[in-house]
Structure formats: structure tokens, C-alpha cells
Write a protein that binds this ligand. Structure first.
Ligand SMILES: [Zn+2]
Ligand SMILES: [Zn+2]
Length: 254
């Protein structure tokens, strides 16, 4: 599978982008960066977006993706999230104040809504086109779930933002042919207290999580905070585990 990393940071400036991933050009995970790095035509090819949690750095481009789809003559966009996460998105974002609820408005081009919401039961694997999605809760400051995506005999795991966690690693270890894991290391080791308080990882706790994963696959640290990106990179390298990598904003072939 092809993984296009549109945003690999937990903060943004002219050279660093918020969390957003695209798999094989049509399935996205998180929407911090989607519209801002994809052409109108590329946006039209996205069929599904899985949202890990409603923090602004993971949904910034989602309202704009939905609006653009409304003016494109393409198939519908399905927004996936674990049930509790979807409830928050509908209550706090697509509430008619921050943004309209486009699921109830027919596009003049297609005569149908441009977006559907699909709330998922945590831990339950579902099929979407020919891929499988399994949302698995993680431990963050608000309700949050990562996702295991199985496609063409390969699996990739995204935790989204999380502190130390268990369930998603148990599911990962039961999944066949995991080719990559994308998790996080937001703060450097000397900010462990802040990381713990905000339910994030440092390279130290990333290293502890790594020990819970049996797959011999690259495990990427995403969501670095900008001022500490070099420190985090060298601390990840110092873990001396060949699976441990920092995630870069580029295209990966897995
Ligand atoms: Zn975040
Ligand atoms: Zn978050």
C-alpha cells in the first residue's frame, strides 16, 4: 500500500503540517492536513476519512473537505469515527454554528448529500469497499480511537494521539501482516510530566510502547511538537531499536 503523509506534526507553521494521512489516494486518516495539501481533483478521489478524535489539529481541514465535496460531482464521502468521537464531532463541530451539518443537505450536482457519517463500535471490524477498518480505543485526554486498516493482505495501524495504552497493541498483535505502525512522540524526554498530564508519549514512553508490539515492522513516531523535533528525533534514534523511526512528510511504499 501507499501511505502519503500530508502532515506529521502536532503543530503547524509554513514547513510543518498537522496530522493527516492518505492511503492509496482514497482512504484518509485524520484531517488536520488534507485540503491544504491536495488538489481539488485529489480531494474528489477520497472516499473515506477516519477521525481519531476531535482535537483541532486532527480535524482542521475536515469542514473544508466536506464543503469542496459538496461542489463536486463525485461519490459521497464517508466520515468514520468511533461512536463517542462521532458524538463529539456532531455536537461540537457540525452543529450548525461552527459548520453546517452537510449530511442533511442535498448537493445540487448529485441530488444527494455529499457526506455520510458512520459511527463505529469500538473493537468491531467493518468492511468499507474492499478494506477492513477496526477502531480501537486509545488513552488520550478526550475520547479517542486509533484504527487498524487491512488492505490487499497488508495491515497498517494508526493510534492517533495517545499516552501509554494497551488495547490497540493487543489487536495489533492479533493482526496478520502488519507492515507499519504510526503512533506518536509529541514531547522530548525532559517534558515527560507534561506528556503524562496531556496523555501523549515521549521517546521514553514510545520505547515502552514499542516493547508491547511483536510485529517486525517500522513503528513511526508522528505528532512531534515543532520546537523539539530534532531532540525527539535523536532520542528516538537512541532507543536503538531498528523498528523505531520518526515519521516524515513524504510518500511511503509499504
Ligand atoms: Zn494532536
Ligand atoms: Zn489530541
Amino acid at each position: 500500500m501507499r501511505l502519503k503523509v500530508l502532515g506529521a506534526y502536532g503543530a503547524s507553521d509554513a514547513e510543518h503540517n498537522l496530522t493527516g494521512y492518505l492511503i492509496d489516494d482514497w482512504m484518509a486518516v485524520d484531517a488536520g492536513t488534507l485540503t491544504s495539501k491536495l488538489s481539488f481533483a485529489q480531494q474528489g478521489r477520497i472516499q473515506g476519512v477516519f477521525i481519531t478524535h476531535p482535537h483541532a489539529d486532527h480535524i482542521r481541514d475536515l469542514p473544508h473537505l466536506i464543503l469542496n465535496r459538496f461542489s463536486q460531482n463525485t461519490g459521497p464521502l464517508t466520515i468514520f469515527a468511533a461512536r463517542e468521537v462521532m458524538d463529539l464531532l456532531l455536537r461540537d463541530v457540525f452543529n450548525g454554528t461552527v459548520w453546517p451539518d452537510f449530511s442533511g443537505i442535498n448537493s445540487t450536482l448529485t441530488g444527494k448529500p455529499a457526506v455520510h457519517y458512520r459511527a463505529l463500535v469500538p473493537g468491531k471490524r467493518i468492511m468499507f469497499n474492499d478494506i477492513a477498518l477496526t477502531p480501537v480505543p486509545v488513552d488520550h485526554a478526550i475520547p479517542a480511537a486509533g484504527v487498524i486498516i487491512e488492505m490487499n493482505g497488508q495491515a497498517i495501524v494508526f493510534t492517533g494521539d495517545t499516552g501509554p495504552t494497551q488495547e490497540i497493541w493487543k489487536r495489533t498483535n492479533k493482526t496478520q501482516n502488519v507492515v507499519a505502525v504510526v503512533t506518536e512522540a509529541s514531547f522530548p524526554n525532559d517534558q515527560q510530566a507534561l506528556a503524562d498530564e496531556t496523555a501523549h508519549l515521549t521517546p521514553n514512553t514510545f520505547g515502552d510502547e514499542l516493547k508491547k508490539i511483536v510485529a517486525d515492522a517500522p513503528v513511526y513516531a508522528s505528532h512531534r511538537k515543532i520546537p523539539y523535533e530534532r531532540d525527539i528525533e535523536s532520542q528516538i534514534r537512541n532507543l536503538r531499536d531498528r523498528r523505531a523511526r520518526v515519521l516524515l512528510e513524504k510518500n511511503y511504499t509499504l
